[in-house]
Write a protein that binds this ligand. Structure first.
Ligand code: GLP
Length: 236
């Protein structure tokens, strides 16, 4: 049983009894990330034993990087195969080219996909270069593809400074699905370092919606360090 699963039924304490979202605190991000990677690896293996596809939805940002490193380790050291895995990514800047070094497409290849045996055709990341007139149908197709596969088995999430998940800024409708959104100024400010100035950060993004995310069979949100604590406490 993974470390994370062991924590699923904690004793009810004075601190946890008012929580609406179950939360686990780790001594550091490495220990937490290892527990999450182990849970994902166990899920992939369970699905393999049933001859089923494992539908993972993945996140970018700094928070999941160690989880991806751990998954690569498990692939290399323990032979975990990703051949039965189909991935969807939460979001992508818009507009941006697929091979742009700042695209989430590039991020995922660099941090995970280039190091495991996942078939390329099993990788789904929103395209940041769809023509404006096709965006609506493109987003619908993305959503439909997830639904046709029976939905997401596991959703990995981070949380932004505004409290956004994917690129769903506060105020996003709980029924929202994959769509084109405008980025909050604070979110652009946080990306400014990577883009060499806020003026170079795209104004928009394609993101899965709150409903798309909430329909996942299991959701794990990673938030490391004191900077995230206030937002996490508020969410819980
Ligand atoms: C971006 C991503 C989010 C991510 C957030 C937090 O905005 N679109 O999915 O959760 O960054 O990033 P970090 O993990 O670096 O704090």
């Amino acid at each position: 049983m993974s470390e994370l699963l062991k924590h699923l039924k904690p004793g009810i304490t004075q601190e946890t009894r008012l929580e609406k979202i179950h939360n686990v605190i780790f001594d550091n991000s490495k220990i937490g990330s290892k527990a999450v990677a182990r849970e994902i690896a166990d899920l992939i293996k369970y699905k393999q034993s049933k001859n089923q596809k494992c539908i993972l939805s993945l996140a970018t940002g700094s928070s999941p990087i160690i989880v991806y490193e751990e998954l690569i380790n498990i692939h290399k050291k323990e032979g975990l195969s990703f051949k039965n895995v189909i991935t969807f990514n939460l979001d992508e800047y818009f507009p941006i080219e697929k091979d742009d070094l700042l695209s989430y497409n590039h991020f995922m290849s660099y941090h995970l996909f280039d190091h495991i045996d996942i078939p390329k055709e099993n990788i789904n990341i929103p395209r940041g270069n769809v023509s404006s007139k096709d965006i609506y149908s493109y987003c619908n197709e993305y959503e439909k593809k997830i639904n046709n596969l029976g939905g997401l088995d596991f959703q990995l999430l981070g949380i932004g400074r505004t409290g956004h998940i994917g690129f769903n800024e506060p105020g996003s409708n709980k029924n929202s699905v994959t769509r084109l959104v405008s980025l909050d100024f604070i979110t652009k400010e946080d990306a400014a370092g990577d883009f060499n100035g806020i003026d170079n950060v795209p104004d928009k993004a394609i993101t899965m919606g709150v409903d798309t995310i909430m329909r996942a069979k299991r959701i794990v949100l990673l938030a490391w360090g004191h900077k995230k604590s206030e937002k996490v406490a508020k969410s819980i």
